[in-house]
Design a protein around this ligand. Sequence first.
Ligand code: SER
Ligand code: ZN
Length: 666
Amino acid sequence: MRTETPVTVYRKDYQPYPYAIPEVALAFDLDPESTLVHSTLRIERKADAPADAPLVLDGTDLQLVSLQVNGQAWSAELYTLDEGALTLSGLPASATVEIASRCRPAENSTLMGLYVSGGNFFTQCEAEGFRRITWFADRPDVMSRYRVTLRAGAEYPVLLSNGNLLATQSLPDGRQEAQWEDPFPKPCYLFALVAGRLTHRETTVQTASGRPVLLQVYSDPGSEDRTEWALESLVRALRWDETRFGLELDLDRFMVVAVRDFNMGAMENKGLNVFNAAYVLADPQTATDANYEGIEAVIGHEYFHNWTGNRVTCRDWFQLSLKEGLTVFRDQEFTADMMARALDDGAAASARAVKRIDDVVTLRAAQYPEDAGPMAHPIRPESYQEIGNFYTATVYEKGAEVIRMQHTLLGSEGFRAGIDEYFRRHDGQAVTCDDFVAAMESVYTRQHPGRDLAVFRRWYRQAGTPRVAVKLDYDAASRRCTVTLSQRCPPVGVERRAGDDYAKAPFHIPFALGLLDPQGRALPLRQADSPQDTVLLELTQETQQWVFEDIPARPVPSLLRGFSAPVIVEYGWTDAELALLSAHDADPFARWEAGQELATRQILALAACHQSGNGMQVDGNFIEAWRALLTDPALDAGYRARALALPSEKTLAERMEAIDPPALAA
Ligand code: SER
Ligand code: ZN
């Protein structure tokens, strides 16, 4: 039991680590009661670090067995050992530090570090679990090449770690040994080992450049008939990253392991992803569409981290959204593309929208309340006491929206150019969210000389969900339509506690807009050179206006198409306008949104009639809109199912002044 007072860590206090640790060799003698870990670190003091800089290594719940520097026992006057750290002083500028220590995997119920589940050994090191395995600089900006030796009794026939398998052998004492080497430098949070009795399914595929790679999915014996979909999903993820982002698997071997006890959904350890079994195993007798979709998405997510997170990682944990926002965005796009596979263009757009709709529903249900309450925080927090509490919907899901807005601003080719630039600048480095935006900005500024992403960067430091009020004025005489957008976002959460001096500035909001004529046809809008059905308005100030010429009649606006920004739109549509959008809007997201709002209004009106004992007819416009959805041959069936589903009872209840469940049910 510890009773330490929590320490607050601030982003502004970042200091580089004074030593480089280019090489790490780890040897494990695995035993559930007491595992011996022998760690050999090659350390080099950085040129700009003071000569007397101590080497501070984090460690928790470890027992020190021995400590040597350059082959000699290190004198007790030159190190201190306390609850959280082993600190060595008086070190030469470069040295080999050898630490032998013991930990207790069977007793470890934190599911961080090395632990036992179902009789097998597993690890989880993100964010700060490696310090429960051995003393080390447990921070993401210390990147090392790892060589790992695992030794265990015959009850643990499968011995896995990161990277490529170098050798296996039987030891004279009857135990097994396996040696692994990961050729890519990585932070220790990406270290993993798995040891035990596991079965696996595998396949070999060629990467785009023609290299054969072995893909494997490991699980408990007896579950081999439930891993087919996971392995197929892994192949699809590998192909998708090659074609969509030009990113190839960099190892000879890639493993996924299912475990029953796991803190998170899954973990992207280099070449050895460890998964909550729920995201690997699918029993064809009982798995639902949602189970299959979830497995494919999480397999994709962890696989995509191999580049966005592992090859380029985070400088510190304040930058968590650098890897998570980007990788969630990538897995969302993967799922959308998989849903649209083999469909023609019309159906493909609505099939992709199914994923978009589902993600926005989740964002509104999970992230908007977070952003409105006492827990509100920007996607890149300024301080924390426990980083484990920051794996939030804001960092992940809103983080993905912030990446998506950059995709929307740059266009898909521009975004790809920005990603290429990001890897050109930062491959092999631990970087910040600013570095990512700077790479994107280099493309944006090329596209729009004189403009930059300075205002956009506020999404990283301001919390809260902005509201965008829309005003539409139409002048029949001049055939001119003026659209006015105004944004506001009062301080929330920690910003509010910061007091009156907290000045919040406008966000850079990409706002996709279309205008429909009274028959529901798209009006061509002239913004740049060529007329188009959708224009992207870039709202960067509190209020801005855009004028559209040659509009023959008062149009119906289709707003925030594709949900182009994580904001709340305020506009007073009439029911007839919503029905028109629901029947005709070419943007499948806005079309769905209009239908949901119309259905909500209908049901609330019916509920009110029920309460007052009056009868009421369903609005003919509503019936017409549903008829159009049912009979539109261009729509994908999955989209139709979403569009024809009524809003949830919870959504409806939130709109009632006094919640009346019987009236809603009726
Ligand atoms: N880094 C892990 C993931 O997001 C933990 O949540 O995939
Ligand atoms: Zn992730």
